[in-house]
Design a protein around this ligand. Sequence first.
Ligand code: FMN
Length: 374
Amino acid sequence: MTTDRRDFMKILGGFALVAGAAPLIPVSAGAARSDFRSGPRTESPVAGLDPALGHILHYASLAPSGHNSQPWYVRLMDDQKMIIGVDPERRLPAVDPDSREAMLSLGAFVENLSLAAGDMGYEAQTEVRAGSPLEQEILGVTLRKAKPIAYPLKRMTLRMTAKHGYRSSELTKDDVDALAEPLGGRLFYFPPGSEHARCIEEGTVEAFRVQTGRDEAQQELVKWLRLSHEAAERQRDGLTTEGMEIRGLKGWYVRNFTKPDDFMKKGMRKKSVDQAARLVRQGGGWFVITSPGESVADLIDVGRRFERMALMARERGVAIHPMTQILEEEIGRSEIFSNHDSGMLPQFVLRVGYLDPYPDPVSPRRPVSWFLRS
Ligand SMILES: Cc1cc2nc3c(=O)[nH]c(=O)nc-3n(C[C@H](O)[C@H](O)[C@H](O)COP(=O)(O)O)c2cc1C
C-alpha cells in the first residue's frame, strides 16, 4: 500500500493528537531543536563599531515584531548619534497598511536600546522625526555618557512569545498590577469567562478567519515563512517552524516537505483558523493596551511601555501572545468601535496565561551588521 502526502499529514495529525505532547515523539531529538548552527540570537561583533554600541544594538534587536519582520534599520551618524528607521521591504502592507504595528515594534526596539544603554552607562535621548508612520526615518537617538542604571539584560535574551500550553487559571492581582505598572493606567485585564474575554475570543477568531481568507494577507504571511533550516539560517527573520511551535515529527515534516506556498491552500488555511479557535480558549484571559492618540510619538510610546511590561512577564511565569487580527481587519475594528467610545484606541490585544515550563526563545534575529547603515 502506498501512502501519499495527504495521508501522511493525516497520520501525523492523528499521531500528534494521540501523543498529545509532541516532544515525547522520539524523532524530535533527530529533528533538531534548533534551526541554527550558532543559535538563533547569537551576538556577533561588528568590525569597526564601538563594542558598547554593538552590544546595545544587539539587545535592541531582541525586540518582538509582527511576523518577526524586524522592520528596523539603524543609520549611524557618528558613535553617539543614530537614526532609526523602517525598512520599506520589511513593512507588512497587507495586514498593517498604516504602519501602526511597525511603530509599535520600533517602540519595543527603542525600549530595549534605552534600557541596555542605561545599563552600560549611557543615557539614550530620543527625538521623533517623522510626522507619519509611513515615513522612513522615524527617530533620532543620541547616546550620552551617564551614571549606569543597572538593568537585568537577561530579561531581553529570555523574552519570547509562547503560544501553547497556557494554564486556564486567572492571573493574580499582584501579577496584573505589576505588569500593568509600565502602562500607566492603559492596560485592561479581562479574565477568562468574563463577557469582554468572550467578545475578544469571538472577534479574534472571526477576524482571523477573514484575514486567512484574504489572499494578499496570506501571501504576505507566506513571504515571511522560513520553514526549512536553510531558509531560517540564511534570513534570520520571519516565522520559523520552531517559532510557530510546530514540533516533533510534525516539525520535521514541515521543515523538510512543506513549502511556504502550501499555506495558500484551502486546507492549510482552515487548519490555522481551527488552531486559532482552540488557542483563544486557552489561557488566563486577555490584556488590552490602549493609547491616548495615534501619532508616531503615541505609537512609539505604547510600544516602549508594552516592551517594558513584556520583559517582566517571564519572571512571573506569565506568557504573552499578541493576537492582532482583531485590530487589523475591518470586521474586528468596527465591532470594537461600535461598542466603545471614540477615545478608546486599542493598540495591543494580548492573550495571557501562566506557563510552566516556560520555553527558551527560538525565533531568530538578524545580526547587527545586517541592519546597520552608514
Ligand atoms: C506589533 C506586534 C504584533 C504581533 N502580532 C502577532 C500576531 O498577530 N500573532 C502572533 O502569533 N504573534 C504576533 N506577534 C509576535 C511576533 O510574531 C513575535 O514577536 C516574533 O515572531 C518574534 O518572536 P519572539 O517574540 O519570540 O522574539 C506580534 C508582535 C508584535 C510586536
